[in-house]
Design a protein around this ligand. Structure first.
Ligand SMILES: [Zn+2]
Length: 523
């Protein structure tokens, strides 16, 4: 039995490995900031909620708990998103990892030098498949040229180089596991894939087939038999088994010096996007139409693993076929519909932050006191956080729609240290006189976001500083609608009809405490 620190254990692969480790009698401790993971995916009763790069909190944890091994899954991992958010990907995937490694080494405990890193085939990029470098469909072994074609792959490669450096200079014993396409779900369905937006093929196919909506495929002119991308799919349970094997290998090595090893994990079989879709139609007995779209930024044409090194050194084997992957993904997709998720819908201006000036200059954005910490508490209690905001400045021509993501990244950067990041932004960008359906006080923003995130509105709350927020929450049938006396709320309270809001508080902290108290009472 090993005591394992599972960093990023509330994400898809991290939670699956946690489930596997528990089944094998190990003792996992989850660390997650819930920026992309979910509270409900934290399967171990032992867990911590902070950012991996938060050295003060990590030092405290490592002085209280001694682990036999550390597994690091926490990362931003969407190829397409990484193209637009390069800095964020490097901050999360590289600099946070560097601070983590420093803190682990500094703690001095031998088990904290055993490190298993969740890496990816994206570090190879198309160079391995390109015309210049040999046969386009050949499996990739660990010696292939590392020429990532997207910032996600670059950031993972940079993190691997960090591991090598720490191995040489600080005695780190590191194994990087380079996954090909992780798919499928925990066979007991305790956890599975649940991203939003979902960019991964299998969950998208499942959702489309179940809902009867068309499935979009990106790129039909790739150098493969049917023109679609070819990928090597590996069941997340096979990945989990490989993590345990890697851990045992490090433990068996004892207190030898620093080392860095890397292994490709895949099935050594490639399947095209069309083949996976057809396989899914067969397994699920459901079909839907296919819409062909242009190539997506950052996608490599063909990625197939040569996993012979992992077979030799880790005893790695594939136990689950593509058919089983599809079956488990399908069972999980059906299970998801039975899992009620809660959210707190939040107005932005006047509720989270002060209003003036920042739309033209995002650096001026200023949170009200206590907001980040309060949102962190909601996350810890299992709520998703959704900003629903009238942004009529766009419709009035006052700001560009491109500015909004910049503001929201800035907002999340301020919320992140306290783990209060917003999961989703739902905006009405229309002119106030446009008579659109989405402007508050109409409930459409809330209902659309709830559908997008699989949230049950009747278990969720709406919080804002304006009467329109309260009315939108009521009209959407939220469990509670609350008002803060910040922003316009200072002057608007007298306009509330009796009982229109369930609670009015001086600050977001007060309102959040009211929600948490009500939930704790079991209402
Ligand atoms: Zn609108």
């Amino acid at each position: 039995m090993a005591k394992v620190l599972v960093i990023g254990g509330a994400g898809y692969v991290g939670s699956s490995v946690t489930a596997f480790l528990m089944d094998q009698g190990h003792d996992p401790w989850v660390l997650d900031d819930l920026s992309t993971g979910f509270r409900s995916f934290v399967l171990s009763s032992k867990w911590s909620h902070f950012q991996v790069g938060d050295q003060d909190q990590l030092r405290k944890l490592l002085s209280e708990q001694k682990f036999d091994c550390v597994m690091h899954f926490a990362a931003r991992s969407l190829v397409g998103e990484s193209v637009h958010k390069r800095d964020e990907y490097f901050e999360n995937n590289v600099y946070q990892t560097e601070r983590l490694l420093e803190t682990l080494i500094e703690s001095g405990h031998p088990g904290h030098r055993r490190f298993i890193f969740s890496s990816t085939c994206a570090i190879y990029g198309t160079a391995a498949n390109g015309e210049a470098l040999g046969p386009p469909l050949g499996p990739i072994d660990e010696s292939f040229a590392k020429k990532p074609i997207n910032p996600y792959g670059e950031s993972k490669l940079a993190a691997e180089r960090l591991l090598e450096r720490f191995a040489h200079e600080n005695g780190l014993q590191a194994i990087a596991l380079r996954y090909f396409n992780a798919a499928g779900a925990d066979p007991k369905l305790r956890t599975g894939e649940w991203h939003h937006p979902e960019t991964h093929l299998l969950p998208r196919v499942m959702k489309a087939a179940l809902e009867g909506t068309p499935i979009e495929i990106y790129g039909t002119d790739y150098p493969s038999d049917d023109g679609t991308c070819v990928r090597d799919y590996i069941h997340v349970w096979d990945l989990a088994r490989a993590h345990e094997a890697a851990m045992k290998r490090l433990i068996q090595m004892g207190q030898s010096g620093g080392r860095f090893e890397a292994y490709n994990l895949g099935s050594q079989n490639g399947f095209s996007v069309r083949e996976v879709i057809e396989g899914s139609f067969l397994v699920t007995g459901k079909t839907t139409s296919i819409i062909e779209k242009p190539r997506r930024a950052g996608d490599a044409p063909v990625l197939i693993a040569d996993s012979r090194l992992a077979q030799k050194q880790l005893g790695f084997q594939i136990h689950h076929s593509l058919e089983e992957i599809i079956q488990d993904a399908f069972r999980w997709e059906e299970k998801k519909k039975t899992i009620p998720r809660r959210a707190v819908f939040l107005d932005r201006d006047g509720t989270l932050n002060e209003d003036p000036g920042y739309l033209n200059s995002p650096d001026l954005l200023k949170l009200f006191p206590g907001v980040a910490e309060s949102l962190g508490k909601l996350k810890e209690a299992g709520f998703l956080l959704v900003v629903t905001s009238n942004q009529s400045g766009v419709g009035r021509g006052l700001i560009d729609v491109e500015t909004l993501p910049v503001i929201h990244e800035r907002l999340n950067a301020m919320l992140r240290p306290a783990c209060g990041v917003i999961d989703h932004f739902e905006l009405c960008i229309h002119h106030p006189n446009s008579d659109c359906e989405c402007r508050k006080p109409k409930p459409k923003l809330i209902l659309d976001a709830a559908k997008e995130l699989d949230v049950d509105v009747t278990r969720s709350y709406m919080v804002g500083d304006k009467i329109t927020d309260v009315d939108a929450g009521r009209a959407a049938h939220c469990k509670g609608t609350l008002m803060v006396r910040t922003g316009e709320g200072k002057g608007a309270e007298h306009l509330l009809r009796p009982g229109q809001a369930d609670f009015v508080g001086d600050s977001l902290s007060e309102v959040v405490d009211w929600i948490l108290a009500r939930e704790n009472e079991g209402h």
